[in-house]
Design a protein around this ligand. Structure first.
Ligand SMILES: C[S@@+](CC[C@H](N)C(=O)[O-])C[C@H]1O[C@@H](n2cnc3c(N)ncnc32)[C@H](O)[C@@H]1O
Length: 281
């Protein structure tokens, strides 16, 4: 009997950001086929003896061809296994999850999709940047920088969007910034570069479009990074709450939210329903 493939979003890096459904499926899987960016701590959710296959890279940093990964999923399912295809962030956001689902459908293999927390919202959130905010941003677009050189990009259309979140912009950040400046975005438009978002090694650089157009994003060294462009970035000055431990290995990331509640404001017990009017009294 044919098995099943669950295309599961692993979240952006922090292993606690997988969904409950994703974690449950992972714990029940016969085989896990995972991306390179997936946290090793998440893989530990799988049962001992579960087949684990890294579909991220093969020798010399080359990527596994997509067709090979899709073929692998089909074969594992045809062997009757319950397979979790664990993909970074959300499988359907720059994750090629759609291609894998189409291949499974073409092969007649049953599948489900478990959405994940995409780095494009989690990264800004962990940097204290709401991607929309009343009075500052009413529109947001998630775009890829990887094709900024190869394909013509409609920068005029992008420049009209309040907040841009650019995935895979490491190499093309300068082109993206120059394109937005040429399309009329002001030189001092705030930009955040969020590297290793949600991980203890998270790094946030606050800068502007002119600086990115001049120098790009040096020193990323192959780590995953996002650009967040727009007025909302300035809110990070007030809302940054997560401080990665950076190079000081072994230290816990500090969470400002871990402060004890203020005296005299007792939190209601979880099982006690409290009406809104009572809660704000
Ligand atoms: C192939 S895309 C996969 C996106 C993924 N499906 C998602 O929903 O987040 C890889 C890109 O996502 C971004 N990314 C993924 N994880 C990240 C992280 N922890 N910190 C910063 N950027 C990240 C980077 O731009 C990276 O180049």
């Amino acid at each position: 009997m044919t098995g099943v493939v669950h295309l599961v979003g692993a979240g952006p890096g922090d292993p606690e950001l997988i969904t409950v459904r994703g974690a449950r499926l992972l714990a029940a899987a016969d085989a896990v086929v995972h991306d390179r960016l997936v946290s090793p701590e998440l893989l530990a959710f799988a049962r001992p003896g579960t087949l684990r296959i890294d579909a991220g890279k093969i020798g010399y940093g080359r990527s596994v061809p997509q067709a090979m990964t899709s073929e692998l999923l089909v074969r594992l399912a045809r062997a009757g296994l319950t397979v979790v295809r664990l993909k970074g962030g959300d499988p359907f956001v720059f994750g090629r999850g759609g291609e894998e689902a189409l291949a499974l459908r073409a092969a007649g293999v049953p599948f489900t999709i478990v959405p994940g927390v995409t780095s494009g919202t989690a990264g800004p959130a962990y940097a204290g940047i709401p991607v929309t905010h009343r009075g500052r941003s009413r529109s947001v677009a998630f775009v890829t920088g990887s094709s900024a050189r190869a394909d013509p990009v409609d920068f005029a259309a992008l420049a009209a969007i309040d907040t841009l979140v650019v995935y895979m912009a490491g190499r093309t950040a300068r082109d993206v910034a120059a394109g937005l400046l040429n399309a009329g975005r002001p030189t001092d438009t705030p930009v955040a570069v969020v590297v290793d978002a949600t991980l203890p090694s998270q790094e946030v650089r606050l800068t502007d479009l002119a600086a990115i157009a001049a120098s790009g994003v040096p020193g990323i060294d192959g780590r995953p990074a996002l650009l967040v462009v727009g007025e909302v970035v300035a809110l990070a000055m007030e809302l940054a709450w997560f401080v990665g431990s950076g190079p000081a290995a072994g230290t816990e990331p500090r969470h400002a939210a871990a402060r004890p509640p203020r005296r005299g404001r007792r939190r209601p017990g979880r099982e006690t329903p409290v009406r809104l009017e009572e809660a704000v009294r």
